[in-house]
Ligand binder design. Structure first.
Ligand SMILES: [Zn+2]
Length: 339
């Protein structure tokens, strides 16, 4: 593994230092974050781009609207990080990432989450020149956003199992027992750090970044993200499709982990305990969906992955039955009671 692939700098007051070190920045962010952080940018030679969509067709035109910058900084959450990748790729300039919350691992992922008519697809291939983790900024982020980051760690519980199944059936995503074992260790550590994560404290935030980084390095080396992105993501994508809503990533992914760990018969109670301790609210009203929406998302899961040509996972290997759905929905409502 090449450690240089994802150089991460940890510290405080990093935004001023970074932007002072070079001229001609394109900063990809959003108006709320910019309002909060612009005082830390003393550099005049900057251009700003406020991201509003990741629809591929729209973004292909958007990236032509500005020029003359020599590097791009993604400053924000997942959308800013992903839009910054598109800008840096289109203009072939270095990419810097400074997440303002750890809600998703987009700032480390070499692929970009774009949407085609609202359905997410992961594509592209770009590495950041540097990732800056500023604890002053991250500790000020709304707690639920950093908590959401737990989703893309917990997803490894179900995704790594899907990976095992996938590797038995296809030749495209070679299985690696060592990485599988490391995933289990990461989940142990996640349990240990959960208290600090829930309190939005530096050791917890540092652990999330470290774990994201290890995941990203393996994924880059393996040239796939199978072991971090599996059936749990499929459940939430299907729920998005059915309801037309966009969810807080970690919340919806954890919901997917809840159901798919049971469907896989894979460490389900471990998943339940980690989700409960994370304080991520995965009850229907927190997601603003109904039990019936979730029921439909499960009942149509087999069909959804076929229609969307999503890579092979438990969703292809095993049929979802109405009987199982009712059983697990009853358990879900016991594990996460309303009110
Ligand atoms: Zn994810």
């Amino acid at each position: 593994m090449n450690q240089e692939k994802y150089p991460v700098t940890y510290g405080r007051n990093l935004l001023t230092t970074l932007t002072d070190s070079k001229e001609n920045w394109l900063i990809v962010t959003d108006p709320v974050i910019w309002e909060k952080l612009k005082g830390q940018v003393k550099q005049d030679a900057i251009q700003l781009y406020f991201v509003t969509t990741m629809e591929k067709k729209v973004m292909e035109e958007e990236v032509k609207t500005l020029s003359g910058f020599t590097q791009v900084l993604g400053l924000g959450g997942g959308m800013a990080a992903d839009a910054a990748k598109l800008w840096a790729t289109a203009h072939q300039v270095p990419l810097y990432q400074m997440p303002t919350a750890l809600s998703v691992n987009a700032f480390l992922c070499y692929k970009t989450a774009v949407r085609y008519d609202h359905v997410v697809k992961y594509e592209g291939d770009i590495l950041p020149k540097e990732i800056l983790i500023d604890f002053d900024i991250l500790e000020q982020a709304p707690r639920h956003l950093n908590l959401s980051g737990v989703g893309d760690l917990l997803s490894c519980l179900t995704a790594s199992y899907d990976w095992k199944i996938n590797a038995l059936i296809t030749k495209s995503h070679a299985f690696d027992q060592r990485i599988y074992d490391e995933t289990q260790e990461m989940l142990d550590l996640l349990a240990e750090y959960m208290g600090d994560i829930v309190q939005n404290k530096e050791p917890g935030l540092r652990f999330i970044v470290r774990a994201y980084k290890e995941i990203a390095e393996h994924s880059y080396r393996m040239r796939h993200t199978m072991w971090e992105d599996g059936s749990e993501h499929n459940v939430f994508m299907n729920l998005e499709r059915i309801t037309g809503r966009q969810f807080l990533h970690g919340q919806a992914v954890c919901l997917g982990v809840y159901f798919m760990s049971a469907f896989q018969d894979n460490q389900h109670e471990r998943a339940v305990s980690l989700i409960q301790r994370s304080e991520l609210d995965i009850r229907p009203q927190a997601l603003q969906v109904t039990i019936d929406d979730i029921r439909q998302a499960l009942l149509t899961l087999n069909q959804f992955v076929r229609d969307q040509h999503i890579r092979y996972s438990i969703c292809n290997a095993k049929a979802v039955t109405a009987e199982w759905v009712e059983e697990i929905l009853a358990k879900y409502q016991r594990d996460f009671p309303v009110g």
